[in-house]
Design a protein around this ligand. Structure first.
Ligand code: GUN
Length: 282
């Protein structure tokens, strides 16, 4: 079998066009969705991510501010900034780019954001809502994966989903989202003893670890759907956690890196910001 490639990039372009129209129509009702992104320090990868988020917001006509704070910003100062944004009714979405410098407690920052403006879906209230199957902001990468699967017409209900990786950003929430869609979910992680045996049983395999090419064709079943969330730089080139060549010979569907899951993450951030603006105004 030779896999059909799911290009998140093309899907993202299509969804962003739909959102551009929605932003224009909300604007006529006097609703102007606005996202504020905060970055602390000068990590080049984070800088590049936040610039992408800003550019994407502007491209769909959404208001967006970038607050750039120096690497030595105190936790108190950051919490104060978040408090001001929480009480600013013109701001609908707040995103603090992670990771943060060592002097700042990430969890405290996440919990300081008003859950109604938490477009990352990281606040414990929103995590709890996801766990209990309630409508809320879903973390952007997991939500992007769900939308990709649905738009590619992949059946989720009753399928065995194997998630490799258990991070709070991707692994745990993507498993939960797909469980809510009636999949049977298995998590694998660094202490899993029989990983290959499990990945070979997956109808849908999601890999979010950060290890280049850790999953190869040998690790997957014939006809599996393979979603590669890895973003690794090897010899200056972006590469995923899945060995695309060998895996695509066996998979039915596969996502590439780049142009796969990545563009969907930003798209769902825009989606969540529009959702926040609609909630606040309704
Ligand atoms: N750093 C890497 N990915 C993310 C994300 O989705 N949200 C935030 N806030 N920081 C990140």
């Amino acid at each position: 079998m030779s896999a059909e490639v799911i290009y998140g990039k093309d899907l993202a372009t299509q969804i962003r066009q739909e959102m551009k129209e929605e932003v224009a129509s909300l604007s006529k009702e006097g609703i102007h969705p606005k996202l504020v992104v905060i970055i602390v320090g000068e990590d080049p990868a984070s800088q590049s991510y936040v610039k992408g988020k800003q550019r994407a917001s502007e491209n769909i006509g959404m208001e967006s501010d970038l607050l750039e704070l120096s690497a030595d910003t105190s936790q108190e100062k950051l919490l104060e900034t978040i408090e001001q944004l929480n009480s600013d009714s013109a701001v609908h979405g707040i995103l603090v780019q992670l990771p943060l410098p060592d002097q700042i407690d990430e969890q405290k920052v996440i919990e300081a954001i008003d859950p109604k403006k938490d477009v990352d879906g990281f606040h414990p209230i929103n995590v709890g809502k996801l766990m209990t199957g309630q409508e809320t902001f879903y973390p952007c990468t997991p939500y992007g994966i769900l939308v990709m699967l649905k738009r590619a017409n992949v059946t989720i209900e009753g399928k065995h989903v194997v998630v490799v990786g258990r991070s709070n950003l991707v692994g745990k929430p993507v498993g939960q989202l797909l469980l809510n869609e009636n999949a049977t979910v298995t998590y694998c992680h660094s202490r899993t003893k029989n990983m290959k045996e499990l990945t070979q049983q997956a109808d849908i395999l999601i890999v979010a670890v950060g290890k280049p090419h850790m999953i190869t064709g040998e690790d997957i079943a014939e006809g599996a759907v393979v979603i590669d969330v890895g973003v690794n730089r090897v010899d200056g080139k972006l590469t995923g956690d899945v060995d695309f060549e060998s895996a695509s010979e066996k998979a039915s569907y596969i996502t590439p890196v780049p142009k796969g899951v990545g563009p969907m993450t930003i798209t769902m951030l825009l989606h969540n910001t529009i959702k926040a603006a609609k909630w606040i105004h309704n």
